[in-house]
Every structure is written in structure tokens, then in C-alpha cells.
Design a protein around this ligand. Structure first.
Ligand SMILES: O=C(O)CCC(=O)C(=O)O
Ligand SMILES: [Fe+2]
Length: 435
């Protein structure tokens, strides 16, 4: 053996060591009962939803999308991959825009043409299945999402649309989806603006290694200001859809409670699919959504929960999570909690444990801090207070980043008793106490 070869431990031994450590963490730690579907987890989800996503129409669907044929005023208008531009233009009318309660024409504000959804026909609209799933996991987790065509918009050279927010067409209409057809143009960037941050989006198709166009799509909340910069050459054609998101999970069994499947698997898989969405734009939280979270935490403290904790939206691999390494909406919330001056906040890695029997009836879910540093159970020097039992809760938003670390399915009768199924996950937690 050469002197420079480092000793390599067999992976079974590493696993045995690590899994023993995991058991220890859970056995020694203070259990925090987990809360799902709580008011706080819902407010955290609202705060950290991605307000807009830009994505290519995904590979397997892209070919289908390109070949998807449609008609304009009853006449074949080609496919998304090869639209009949002349026919589309012939069947379109100039677009008005809403000013107050009126629809007006003002080419200085908006110059474009359109065909309303009622005049568009699809033989087989295959694009939407995949796009709908992306929109759902990125923007409306756990909600019933429907995508409805609103219109086809056409911008010729000089065409543009100044800053505006889309008017909503129903109570459930919460976002707009745009899918650009395969035409070529110059200029015509879509610019999105939230909280004073502007993001430019070029919806021109990208091309794969075989030279085939990959259609581009973008979805954004209806309260996102946006504009279309002037097109300088070519023709830009975009399908515009209304995204309707219901308040409720479409079917709890279907969505969050697959029978026999751990609840948190769904959270984990939603997190993975969100990570797969390419070109995710920055996550920007809205002030009101952050304030709502703070109000709920304050109420929980007042109602007697001493320590309110929750899973964070991003995954932190470090042994010690610090305020400096926080990302996206986790940073926004941490800073807002700190700025309020009301709270003591600490950040810790956590192990989440879910156990259930064969029928899934005995469900126990606890979160444990996984950094070996236990909280002092009372900070007060008053001995009477020291005895007080600390009340704790750990909330799991649907958008939390958790990683599965071990799973043991239900084991039927080994000896006297059956062993419950047990699943463990790892994540980052924010722990908040009142000052
Ligand atoms: O075509 C686009 O990129 C957006 C058009 C738009 O904002 C609208 O018609 O409301
Ligand atoms: Fe718009």
C-alpha cells in the first residue's frame, strides 16, 4: 500500500456510524410536536411562494407542444412550433386596454393585436399538463390549479404595452401564464416588476442541440407589474392564460395524504420538483405577507406557545446554520423578525420524524434539534418559573426544504409487537421565542 493512500472506511461502517448518530439525536432531543396545515404554515407558504417563474416548456412535452395545432376563427392557424402568422394577423383585432372602467385605444400606451379565446380552437392542447404542474409546485402548492386560455396576443414592429397589472377575470384568477409561439423577433422583452426589482424575460424560443425550438413560458402573480418593450423586428405571438387557484387542496387524499405514504414525502418531492424548475427567478416576499407571519407568531406566543419554530424554505447543509448563510425568503423573514425587536431567534438543523402503523392511523410527528445543543428549558432566574413546562410547536409549511434521510416501512409482527413505519427528514429550522 502506498504511504499516501488515505485509509478508506467501508461505506457500511460509515452508514452504521451515521445512523446510530441519527438515533441518538432523536432519542436525546426535546421533541417539538409538528403542526401541518396550521395558520402559520399557510402564512409562511404565502410569504415564500415564487411570485413568478420562467421556464422552458419541458423536454418531453416540448415536442408535443410544438406540434399542437390550433384554429383562429375556425381556420387552421398552424401549430405552436409553426404558426401561420399571416392568418393569425388577419383574424386579429387591435387590443384596447382598461383605463378606469373604460376600454380605450391609446397606441402610446399599448399597441398590439389580439384574438380572444372564444375564437381559438385546439384539437388537442397537450402543452398544459406539464406547465400546470410546474406552476402548481412553484406558485400554488397544495392548491387546485386550473389554466384557462384568455387570448392570443400579437406584437408587430412598434408593438408594445406599457406598465400595467392584469385585470382579474374571476375571484380565483391569481396568476397569468404566457407561452410564446415559435416566431422570431427583436426587442419585445417582457419586464416584470415587484418590490422595485425589475426582471427582463425574453420569451423567444431557445434551440436544442438538434436545432429544434424549445418554447418558453412565464407565469406571474396578477399583482406583478409588467410591460412589453417595443418589438423592433419580426412578430411576437403569445398565448395568454388565466391561472385559477382554489383555496383548497383539490383532494386531500390525492394530494397530501397518499394512503400509507408519509406526509412529508410530499413536501420533500414538491421541494425537489421546484428545484428542477429551470431559471427560477428571484424569490421576492411581499411586506404584507411577512407581517402576517409575524402577527401569527405573536399570537401563538400570547396563546401560551413559548417557542414557535418552523421549517425553512431553503436547505442548509452546514452543521451550524447562521443568519449570514440564509437565502431568499428565509433571510427576509429572519431580518423582519429581528427588526421588530420582539423576538429571540435561533437557527438550528432539525431532524423530523414521522411514524405510522400499517393503516397510517397512529401518526406521530416530532421535530428534534440536530446540533446537539439543547435549549435551556427556562431562561428566567425565578425558580418558580424554572419549573414551568415549556410549550413548543414546530410548523411545516408545504414549501419547506426537507431531505429524506431514512425510512423504515411498517414491519408486521416480529416477535410480540409490530414495528411502526418510521421516516426521518433533515431540514433547517427557525426557532422564535418572545423577548
Ligand atoms: O405578451 C406579453 O408578454 C404580455 C402581454 C400582456 O401583458 C397583456 O396582454 O396583458
Ligand atoms: Fe399583462
Amino acid at each position: 500500500m502506498s504511504a499516501t493512500t488515505p485509509p478508506v472506511e467501508h461505506e457500511i461502517l460509515i452508514y452504521a456510524r451515521v445512523s446510530g448518530k441519527l438515533d441518538e439525536l432523536v432519542e436525546d432531543g426535546i421533541p417539538f410536536p409538528m403542526e401541518m396545515d396550521s395558520t402559520l404554515s399557510e402564512a409562511l407558504d404565502n410569504m415564500s411562494c415564487i411570485p413568478f417563474i420562467r421556464f422552458p416548456v419541458m423536454s418531453s412535452y416540448n415536442a408535443l407542444a410544438r406540434d399542437c395545432a390550433f384554429t383562429a376563427a375556425g381556420a387552421p392557424a398552424g401549430t405552436l412550433g409553426q404558426p401561420d402568422i399571416d392568418l393569425i394577423l388577419q383574424n386579429s383585432t387591435p387590443s384596447p386596454f382598461g383605463r378606469g372602467s373604460e376600454n380605450v385605444m391609446d397606441p402610446a400606451y399599448r399597441s398590439g393585436r389580439e384574438i380572444p379565446a372564444a375564437d381559438i380552437g385546439f384539437t388537442n392542447n397537450t402543452v398544459l399538463g406539464d406547465v400546470r404542474e410546474d406552476v402548481k409546485s412553484g406558485m400554488f402548492p397544495g392548491r387546485k390549479v386550473e389554466v384557462k386560455l384568455y387570448k392570443l396576443a400579437i406584437y408587430e414592429p412598434g408593438g408594445h404595452f406599457d406598465w400595467h397589472m392584469d385585470s382579474t377575470h374571476s375571484d380565483e384568477h391569481h396568476a397569468t401564464l404566457l407561452v410564446a409561439l415559435n416566431t422570431s423577433w427583436k426587442g419585445g422583452d417582457l419586464v416584470l416588476r415587484r418590490n422595485d426589482t425589475e426582471t427582463h424575460i425574453n420569451l423567444q424560443p431557445q434551440f436544442d442541440e438538434k436545432g429544434e425550438p424549445i418554447l418558453q413560458a412565464v407565469a406571474f402573480f396578477t399583482d406583478t407589474e409588467h410591460r412589453v418593450e417595443p418589438v423592433t423586428e419580426g412578430v411576437r405571438i403569445v398565448f395568454q392564460y388565466d391561472i385559477e387557484a382554489g383555496e383548497k387542496v383539490e383532494d386531500p387524499k390525492d394530494d397530501w395524504m397518499h394512503e400509507g405514504e408519509p406526509w412529508m414525502d410530499k413536501v420533500h418531492s414538491d421541494y425537489s420538483s421546484r428545484m428542477e424548475l429551470q431559471g427560477i427567478a428571484q424569490v421576492i416576499s411581499d411586506k404584507a405577507a411577512v407581517e402576517k407571519v409575524i402577527t401569527i407568531i405573536t399570537e401563538l406566543h400570547k396563546s401560551g406557545v413559548d417557542e414557535v419554530a418552523f421549517a425553512m424554505q431553503h436547505l442548509y447543509r452546514k452543521a451550524a446554520i447562521s443568519a449570514q448563510c440564509l437565502k431568499g425568503s428565509d433571510t427576509v423573514l429572519y431580518n423582519a423578525l429581528l427588526a421588530s425587536g420582539l423576538f429571540d431567534i435561533s437557527l438550528h438543523p432539525v431532524v423530523l420524524r414521522e411514524t405510522s402503523d400499517y393503516e397510517g392511523t397512529v401518526d406521530e410527528r416530532y421535530a428534534y434539534r440536530a446540533d446537539g445543543v439543547e435549549m435551556d428549558t427556562a431562561t428566567s432566574s425565578d425558580p418558580a418559573k424554572k419549573k414551568k413546562k415549556i410549550s413548543r410547536e414546530f410548523h411545516i409549511p408545504k414549501l419547506s426544504a426537507i431531505q429524506k434521510i431514512s425510512s423504515r416501512d411498517y414491519v408486521e409482527h416480529t416477535g410480540n409487537s409490530a414495528m411502526p413505519a418510521e421516516y426521518r427528514y433533515f431540514g433547517g429550522g427557525m426557532f422564535v421565542r418572545a423577548k
